[in-house]
Structures are given as C-alpha cells and as structure tokens.
Design a protein around this ligand. Sequence first.
Ligand code: PTJ
Length: 303
Amino acid sequence: MGALYGATASAYFFAKLGGPSERAPSQRGEEILTIRAGGAVEAWIPPSHPRRESLLVRERLVEGFREGFVAMQGLIAHGRGECFDYLIGEQTTPPALEAERAAAAALLLAERPVISVNGNAAALAPRELVELAKTVGAKLEVNLFYRSRERELLIAEILRRNGAAEVLGVGDDASCTIPELFSERRRVSCRGIYAADVVLVPLEDGDRTEALRRMGKTVIAVDLNPLSRTSRAATITIVDNITRALPNMAKFAEELKGRPRDELSALAGGFDNDRNLREVLRYIGMRLEELAGRGITLELPKA
Ligand code: PTJ
C-alpha cells in the first residue's frame, strides 16, 4: 500500500491534473504525446491518430489498474463500454440528453442525494464527479463491487485531490448493509447510500441496482449498455459514456437550479425509462441501417 499510496500515486494524480505530460519528436518526425504517469512512459500516441482520444481514455483505465484502484474486471467492463459507445457513434444521443436532464432534476429535488463511485468512475471522471456532487449538493461515497481497503483509500484520495471535502464509504464508515445482497458488495455508509433517497450509480451491477430499487430509492444509472440488468432496473438510465454524461448533467443542473419544484418534478417524474431505452435501441438500429446502406470501408492511399 505504502508505495502505491505515496510517490507513485501522487505522480499519477499529478499527471491527471495536468502535470508532467510532455511532447517530443518521434522517429518519423511526427509530434507524439508522451504520457508520464508514475514515472513511466505509458503511451505513444500521435496527435493525428484517429482513435487518439479513445486510446488515451483506455490508458487511464490501465494506469488506474496499475496503481491498484481499478479492478481487473474494470478493464473488461471498459471494453464492453467501448463496444456500445461505437454503436451509438461515440456521442450523446437525443434520448441520453433527455435522461441526463431528468437525472439532473431528480438530483436537485432529492433530499439526500448520493453519488456512488467505483474504480472505473474514479479513473474516468474524478473531477466531473466532484463537480456534479457540488452542483446538486450530493454526497460522494466509495462503493465497490470488488472491495478492498486499499482501493477504498486510493479512490477517496483521488476524489479529495479533485476537490471533494468529504468521501463516505471508507473503512468502518461502510457499516450499514443493503438487504438481500451478499458479500462485501452490500456494505454502504449509513450516512450515505443507506439513507439516500436518490443514488447515482455510474457503471453499476444489476444486483445492487435492483436491491437499491427494492429499498425504495430512485436509482440513476450511467451505462453504455442499454440491455444490461442495471439499465433495465434503474429509475433513470443514461445510455452514454460517463465522460460525456457527467458534464452534461452538471450543465443541466446549473440550468435547472432555482427553477420551481413543480417544474423539476414534472421533468423527473415524467421520465419513462422503458420508453427512453426503447428509443436508444431504435437509435442504434437506425444508425446501423444507415451505415449499412451508405458503406463503411475506409479510403486508403494506393501503395
Ligand atoms: O470498481 P469496482 O470494484 O466497483 O468494479 C467496477 C466494475 C465496473 C468492474 C463492476 O461494477 C462491474 O463488474 O460492472 P459490470 O457488471 O461489468 O457493468 C459495467 C457496465 O458499465 C457495463 O454495462 C458497461 O457497458 C458499462 N460501461 C463501461 N464503460 C463505461 C460504461 N458505461 C458508461 N461509460 C463508460 N465509460
């Protein structure tokens, strides 16, 4: 734990916060981005690479895994997410925007909103999680599928470095239990998820989503897979990448803040998750139809 939590982790977080990244000429004379994280050069991705953004995001997960706060299974989950992101065109769809707006309204209306943070979320959007929590007045809680003390502490540290004043769900704080769930997954903070009326769960598993719903909570999920059990069990499902969903929600929350409660209730209460998920499926279907009609091969220069 010591080394991870100390210098190496600090260098990594510093790099993520805009620290020691540098540019240097490659052998082909192209400018390349050198990511220094934990003192090691982790990726060489030309700025002109068509998949550069996606590769950089992937690198964040790999780094998080090396640092010990992303679960190995989180890498698999990320690959699944990337696949669904391709299907929606790697952009926020109209139904996702509608869900993000309704979710922002639900969080603003909540009396005890909580944002649940796991390893993938901490790797992909730490600052955005903290900003959204501040905008809607939500608590942040570390809640892990593959719980370990080391991962709890690392994720709490990431959130603090990104501006969180308080992080729940670490150590003895996670002493309440979600009924009907087994093993470590059921442990939650009595002041956080256990008491919450609205819980935002990015990249959640189906069992816990269902259990939280059975406890009477409003569950907002961010999940690129519209067919997952989480997506189908949540109250509001946002089928979008967490990297786009959280800033969109924060923007909507800023816009909606101060609006009459009736208006917010109409937005949140009028949201129909089943209809929205069917719209997402139709969107994907129509997009694939359109691509199939148009053709998708790349024009390559002749050798
Ligand atoms: O950090 P831990 O221990 O809590 O573990 C986190 C994972 C993600 C490993 C755990 O919650 C898990 O196993 O989740 P699942 O069941 O694999 O579900 C993750 C869901 O998130 C999948 O449906 C993915 O399609 C989706 N997903 C992956 N990356 C993204 C995403 N959704 C939104 N944005 C992403 N970037």
